[in-house]
Design a protein. Structure first.
Lengths: 114, 113
C-alpha cells in the first residue's frame, strides 16, 4: 500500500519570501514522486519528478524538491515566491516496481501576498 | 504542438441520464487515464488504458465506463448520472505507465442535478 500526505492545506507567503510545501509519503516499494501545479480552472502541469536518480530535483520556475528516504519526505521549495506562483500544488507518488497505482495528495493551496 | 483536449468543458445534466465526456490526445501516447477531482480528496483514478482495446478499473470506477477504440481517444461514460458524480474530471496521458510524467487536459466540470 502507498499513501501521500500533504501536511498543509493552505500556505500563505509574502512575495519575495521562501516557499515550503511539505509532502510525506509511504510506500512498500521504490517510489517515483512528482509535484504538479494547478492554476485556477486549468489542468495539472508537472513541476518536477524524482525517479531514483539525484535526490535533489530541480524543476520549472525555480522550484526544487529533495527526496529524503530516511524521513519519507519530498518537500517542495522555492527561494523567492512570485505572484504567479499562487496556485494549488499536488504531491504524487507512483510505484515503479511493476504494480500500477498512482496516489495524489489532497493538495496545498499557495497564496502569495503582494 | 501535441496536446490533450477535453469536451465539453462544462456540462449540466439530470440524475439518471447517460453522459459521455470526451478526451482526445495528439501525443500518440498509449497510456490514458481518467481522474475526478473533489475537495479534500485530491485526484482519484477512475479508469485507465494501456492501449487500444485495453481498459482497467481504477480506485473509483463504479458508475463509469470507458472504451478505447483508437490511440487518440478515451471517452468516459457515466451510465446513469448521480449527484455524487458532480465533480471536475481530468483526462491524462503518458508515454509509459505510472512512473512517467502525465500530461493533463484542462478538465470538464460536471454538475448533476
Amino acid at each position: 500500500a502507498q499513501s501521500v500526505t500533504q501536511l498543509d492545506s493552505h500556505v500563505s507567503v509574502s512575495e519575495g519570501t521562501p516557499v515550503l510545501l511539505r509532502c510525506n509519503y509511504s510506500s512498500s516499494y521504490s517510489p517515483s514522486l512528482f509535484w504538479y501545479v494547478q492554476h485556477p480552472n486549468k489542468g495539472l502541469q508537472l513541476l518536477l519528478k524524482y525517479t531514483s536518480a539525484a535526490t535533489l530535483v530541480k524543476g520549472i520556475n525555480g522550484f526544487e524538491a529533495e527526496f529524503k528516504k530516511s524521513e519519507t519526505s519530498f518537500h517542495l521549495t522555492k527561494p523567492s515566491a512570485h505572484m504567479s506562483d499562487a496556485a494549488e500544488y499536488f504531491c504524487v507518488v507512483t510505484l515503479s516496481g511493476g504494480y500500477q497505482k498512482v496516489t495524489f495528495g489532497t493538495g496545498t493551496k499557495l497564496q502569495v501576498i503582494p | 504542438d501535441a496536446e490533450i483536449t477535453q469536451s465539453p468543458r462544462h456540462k449540466i445534466t439530470e440524475t439518471g441520464r447517460q453522459v459521455t465526456l470526451a478526451c482526445h490526445q495528439t501525443w500518440n501516447h498509449n497510456n490514458m487515464f481518467w481522474y475526478r477531482q473533489d475537495l479534500g480528496h485530491g485526484l482519484r483514478l477512475i479508469h485507465y488504458s494501456y492501449g487500444v482495446q485495453d481498459t482497467n478499473k481504477g480506485e473509483v470506477s463504479d458508475g463509469y465506463s470507458v472504451s478505447r477504440s483508437n490511440t487518440e481517444d478515451l471517452p468516459l461514460t457515466l451510465e446513469s448520472a448521480a449527484s455524487s458524480q458532480t465533480s471536475v474530471y481530468f483526462c491524462a496521458s503518458s508515454e509509459t505507465p505510472w512512473a512517467e510524467t502525465q500530461y493533463f487536459g484542462p478538465g470538464t466540470r460536471l454538475l448533476v442535478l
